[in-house]
Design a binder for this molecule. Sequence first.
Ligand code: GDP
Length: 451
Amino acid sequence: MFNSLSDRLTATFKNLRGKGRLTEADIDGTAREIRRALLDADVAVPVVREFIARVKARALGSEVAEALNPGQQVVKIVNEELVGILGGQTRELQFAKQPPTIIMLAGLQGAGKTTLAGKLAYRLKNQGHTPLLVACDLQRPNAVNQLQVGGRRAGVPVYAPHPGVSSEEETPTGDPVGVARDGVAEAGEKLHDVVIIDTAGRLGVDSELMQQAADIKAAVGAHEVLFVIDAMIGQDAVTTAQAFNEGVDFTGVVLSKLDGDARGGAALSVASVTGKPVMYASTGEGLKDFEVFHPDRMARRILDMGDVLSLIEQAEASWDKAEAAKMAQKFAGREDFTLEDFLAQMQQLKKMGSMKKLLGMMPGAQGMREQLDQFDESSIGRVEAIIYSMTPHERVAPKIINGSRRARIARGSGVHVSEVNQLLERFTQAQKMMKKMAGGGGMPQMPGGGG
Ligand code: GDP
């Protein structure tokens, strides 16, 4: 996401870097470049106009003129203003004092509401909540079924008007407002503390759809109305968002499909056009492809400053505590590092999600996008296959793996011998590094650290 915008902005800033003093012409030129980059990324015109005006006013002021590194100062200003148009503060769900908290999803058909319902339910369940999904999209054939599948995957129950429809042709009949009301009543009886209501969308905004959404909201007294918008829809995003803002007065925005090649304009326009915060980003079809939207971190990603905080959070969320403790022992040199540990490490990394996505959050990642694009996720699977083809003894004593053993392992895992060699080489390096860290006084001393 935001790849080309990010490239353009970083290229613009490169020209500024190292300049001792910025002339008015420098700042004009930079502002023009930024303006073009934003417009090409489909950011709404009024948003761009205001953004540029603010950046320019600040860049011409004393904070840049008096800065030690004026170029760097301009980047800082752009970063701060970007955080501003993305909505400023991070905003998470607010739970009702009196449960259940009722969350309703609204948006066009295909925006990603039903998919999001499953992800949100999964996230809330993992946080200790007891959500109930309610299927009120009675318009789209198969939507009820799709929600039931999502609910099963998330391990969250679904309240539906009837057992769902299996045929694509069939559309469940019934009154969505009534279903929503019954769903909330059911949640009350069964002590669910959160209700997530999936509603119908149309291919375009229409008044009947909007009325239905508003009726559901009023009937159940929804605490949060999340407007789900496909980040790929470009300039249309603004009119759609405005229509929903007027129609249902949503409380927050969810950007979906941010994993695509979207130019990202929707993401950058919706918050400032509607005055409502972007709360979540959906980045794929899997249950875990979903994150809290942090305007400050997103701005850093766009400006290729890296998003290390999100990276750490993902690691913490998926790291197995027992496994981590065991690994700490190995790091301390109290136990030998074996191929099984090596495999366990890779599996932990894999649990954090797509390697490509993880690497993409590193500072400077935009600059190595080509390598990232070529990163082969399946190589992790092949490493697993190779290690699984070894005997337990070979895994703890890799030194015994001679030529004929290598050939056998390659055959067993369906790879070329060279891949087995490569893996053993990488393992030896990792093992050496572990030894170095454990022995020789542990971590290298910081100069002047005083022990
Ligand atoms: P709804 O009509 O708003 O309920 O939309 P759906 O949840 O059915 O989503 C429409 C399509 O978009 C489906 O094929 C989903 O798998 C896909 N989809 C939803 N969210 C994402 C996302 O974040 N990334 C990608 N790549 N696809 C998504």
